[in-house]
Ligand binder design. Structure first.
Ligand SMILES: Nc1ncnc2c1ncn2[C@@H]1O[C@H](COP(=O)(O)OP(=O)(O)O)[C@@H](O)[C@H]1O
Ligand SMILES: [Mg+2]
Length: 445
């Protein structure tokens, strides 16, 4: 992409109403525009990151054997009356009446709809285990939408639902989700800690929230500092193996880590004092096991091996896809702007031409651009006729992890400059070598 032909409405001024850094940078970098309270348009740069996050979520869900589909945003109230949640859900649910006076709602979550799909088609235990998921817009009429995409009213969520014959199988599905979530967040450059949580309006006995530590987080969290040393890394895991998934769950949940809702001072105080941490965190996901809470009232049963009809055991599992942009920025920025982890960056590399219109500099930039494109990488080439200072400020603000600076002086010596956004370190090297270096970094990630 050439910046002169792109739509990147960068703001010089810091928007007055944005209280936290991720919201400020998303507005300043031209990633989002508020459409109304808690509802945003995704401008091209923000949309690119959103799509990359979605892509990682899809890949990791499917690696775990979960099946994608797509359910609508508007739902019929009748299904929610069957589960009893139409009245129970409260004012966060946006209720709508259509021209035929039918009660509809903009889905805040999808347990009822997916249970209806399941019961319409699945008859036998032989079709289980099954986990279906989608990535779809949700609406919750939050009293106080704030912090940009962190607490929106309309937001993008991955929500998945497992259907299993027995509680044991459903707990394996729970563990499988926990493992896949650890992988998912790490690929985005995030450490998200599973913490024992409260089940809220979804209901159920077993639930963990995944929290990214950040001062601006809305939840208060209590944990044993040893937990932050745990990394999932690049270990191979067989998602069908009950033992392997169980072992990962135990490894990542055996140390104390809870949100304020389930915090127990007495248990916490058994940890050696120097390891006790009280901090704040951003909830980027949650997994639940809730057994037959929906399958029973809604009649989602299968024929078991003994020929008897039994309600299936279910769980639901969410990832806050749009919230993740905010969480990643909260975890990775400096006073000049965003620092995207390689896994989610909107463009792989920025190319800054210090002397636009100079034949040699223009040709060198074009060659870099073509080199990256040929390797399947997306460069953003700042080909505008602007001061170097302004170009650097834009690149720093939008946070591409790597920048290549091209100018007549370096080219005389056959070199360009490769700069890491994270460390600020620069290195001079021949253009072809710069392309190889950047490509190798992405190939390794
Ligand atoms: N208002 C919101 N804006 C953005 N993301 C949200 C919002 N509400 C929930 N999410 C994201 O969706 C994920 C799954 O939702 P869920 O656990 O049902 O939400 P909650 O815990 O707020 O009831 C949450 O972990 C969070 O990351
Ligand atoms: Mg939650």
């Amino acid at each position: 992409m050439r910046l002169s032909r792109y739509f990147l409405p960068v703001l010089k001024e810091t928007p007055a109403d944005a209280q936290i850094v991720s919201h400020r940078y998303m507005l300043r970098a031209g990633m989002i525009k508020q459409a109304s309270a808690g509802i945003y348009s995704w401008l091209p740069l923000g949309y690119r990151v959103l799509r990359r996050i979605e892509q990682i979520v899809h890949e990791e869900q499917q690696r775990a054997g979960h099946i994608p589909l797509l359910m609508p945003t508007l739902q019929s109230a009748d299904l929610w009356r069957e589960s009893g949640r139409y009245d129970a859900y409260g004012p966060e649910m946006l209720r709508i009446r259509d021209r035929h006076d039918r009660d509809m709602l903009f889905g805040p979550t999808n347990e009822e709809l997916i249970t209806d799909i399941f019961r319409s088609y699945v008859r036998s235990y032989k079709d289980l285990p099954m986990t279906l998921y989608h990535i779809q817009w949700k609406f919750r009429d939050e009293v106080r939408p704030r912090f940009g995409v962190m607490r929106g009213r309309e937001f993008l969520m991955k929500d998945g639902y497992n259907f299993d014959l027995t509680k044991e199988d459903a707990l394996h599905a729970y563990n499988r989700h926990l493992v896949s979530y650890l992988r998912t967040y790490e690929r985005m450059g995030l450490q998200a800690i599973p913490m024992r949580a409260d089940s809220g309006p979804i209901g159920g006995d077993d639930t963990h929230e995944f929290l990214v530590l950040a001062e601006t987080g809305e939840s208060e969290v209590f944990y044993d500092s040893e937990i932050t040393d745990l990394k999932f890394g690049d270990r191979e895991i067989d998602y069908d193996s009950v033992e392997q998934c169980q072992a990962v769950l135990e490894e990542f949940t055996s140390r104390y880590a809870r949100t304020d809702e389930t915090h127990d001072e007495e248990v916490f105080n058994r940890i050696p004092e120097d390891r006790r941490r009280v901090a704040r965190g951003i909830e980027v996901g949650q997994i639940f096991y809730f057994g037959t809470k929906y399958s029973e009232p809604m009649g989602a049963t299968v024929q078991g091996p003994d020929g008897k009809q039994v309600p299936v055991h279910m769980g639901s599992h969410g990832i806050g896809v749009s919230r993740l942009l905010g969480a990643i920025i909260e975890a990775s920025h400096d006073d000049k702007g965003i620092i995207w982890p390689e896994g989610v960056t909107p463009f792989h590399v920025g190319i800054v031409n210090l002397k636009q219109g100079d034949d040699e500099a223009d040709a060198a930039c074009q060659a870099l651009y073509d080199g990256f494109t040929a390797l399947g990488l997306d460069p953003l080439y700042d080909d505008r006729d602007e001061r170097a200072g302004g170009k650097f400020a834009t690149m720093d603000l939008i946070g591409l992890p790597w920048r290549i600076t091209v100018g007549p002086r370096g080219l005389k010596n056959g070199v360009v400059e490769l700069t890491s956004r994270r460390t600020g370190e620069s290195e001079e090297l021949p253009p072809e070598e710069a392309v190889r270096r950047v490509a190798a970094i992405y190939a390794a990630g």
